[in-house]
Design a protein around this ligand. Structure first.
Ligand code: UT7
Length: 339
């Protein structure tokens, strides 16, 4: 379908150092493709049920020796190439993840080391909202002049923390990494973030037991992630559309101005319900990467964006509405100009 969105711009006051935008994007999908039939070997389910209830057909699993930092590095190097920025110019590295298996040091510091830079580096734990949270921070760091170039990564190896015998989550979670370079721009390329949390509902997605239990108990449970799927589903469908609308208002754009909708890839039915509530015009391309990627939490939005750009369904300069939501329950949305 031709791209009918106009050359709309994002309204946004410059900071003391001007405006910021995404300059490049990268993604890493692990090699191994895992179909629903393999997942169903450990749970009482079917390929048809999983496809109907979640939209997932395949997902990617990282190899046993492949780490969050390995995947982040691949995505980051691609994003740097796409932006045409040498790693040495990075001032800050933010890694959004909940599956780096070290409490310390941060994956971001290890990534900075791999890239050979001494940039400020820290991890951000906002689960599936992590990439949008990090994008908001990067925008402000650049606008304020604290940093000139920021590397933002969303990466997860969720398979390390998935109970493959749990019917409620075994088919959802997957692995991958996405990255973006944020830097100076002549006009606003990242709209104000509309973000928040519903911490009173923290129990609906959580690590089953704390790390300390592995030490204190004779037969510890592995700290897998579990969720009350229906509760998260209802919250996402009803609470996230107003957040997405607010993000458009804050950026001074209407659904007609958008070329792309990039919701967190949690469930195809959530994606469809949000698109319907937002009354997105037909010309807006809706990211549906979940069918082949599963739910990669913090990585899902940049991976979906990269795919639309690679497949020619989105173009450089297009306006995209992105929204992340998940454990916490944390959420964040903003309108961005695609690199
Ligand atoms: O990324 C972080 C945010 N996460 C999300 O946004 C995930 C949100 N939640 C979801 O995507 C959905 O809740 C799921 C896809 C996880 C589950 O779909 P659902 O439509 O909410 O299923 P349900 O839990 O309401 O279960 C419906 C039925 C039940 O059977 P009865 O009671 O109606 O007879 C379940 O026992 O489906 C049954 N069921 C299954 N059947 C086959 C539950 N899990 C399975 C399964 N295979 N894996």
């Amino acid at each position: 379908m031709p791209n009918l969105a106009g050359p709309a711009v994002i309204a946004g006051a410059p900071g003391p150092a001007g405006h910021a935008r995404i300059l490049g994007i990268g993604g890493y999908r692990p090699e191994r493709i895992v179909g629903n039939d393999e997942i169903c070997q450990a749970i009482d389910s079917t390929d048809a049920w999983i496809q109907e209830r979640s939209g997932i057909v395949n997902r990617r699993f990282a190899g046993p020796q492949e780490s969050v930092v390995d995947m982040a590095e691949s995505a980051a190097r691609q994003a740097l190439d796409h932006a045409g920025i040498p790693a040495g110019l990075l001032d800050c590295v933010i890694v959004a993840t909940i599956t780096h298996p070290y409490q310390t040091p941060a994956a971001a510091a290890m990534l900075a080391g791999r890239l050979g830079v001494t940039a400020a580096a820290f991890d951000l734990g906002a689960a599936c909202a992590g990439y949008c949270y990090a994008m908001s921070l990067a925008n402000d760091l650049v606008r304020c002049g604290t940093a000139t170039y920021v590397l933002v990564v969303g990466v997860e190896k969720l398979t390390d923390f998935t109970d493959f015998t749990d019917r409620g989550s075994a088919f959802i979670f997957a692995d991958g990494a996405g990255a973006a370079i944020v830097g100076p721009a002549a006009a606003a390329g990242i709209g104000p973030a509309v973000w928040g949390s519903a911490g009173d509902q923290w129990q609906v997605i959580q690590q089953r037991v704390p790390w300390t239990e592995l030490r204190d108990v004779d037969r510890p449970e592995w700290p897998n992630l579990v969720m009350a799927g229906q509760s998260v589903f209802r919250w996402a469908v009803w609470a996230m559309a107003p957040v997405a609308r607010e993000a458009m208002t804050a950026a001074g754009v209407s659904p007609d101005d958008l070329a792309v909708f990039l919701p967190h890839q949690a469930n195809m039915r959530i994606i469809d319900a949000l698109a319907k509530q937002l009354k997105l015009p037909e010309h807006v391309h809706i990211a549906r990467d979940i069918a082949d990627a599963g739910n990669t939490s913090a990585a899902s939005i940049p991976l979906a964006a990269k795919r639309l750009l690679d497949e020619g369904q989105a173009r450089s300069g297009d306006l995209a509405l992105q929204i992340g939501f998940g454990a916490g329950l944390a959420y964040a949305a903003q309108v961005v100009t695609l690199p």
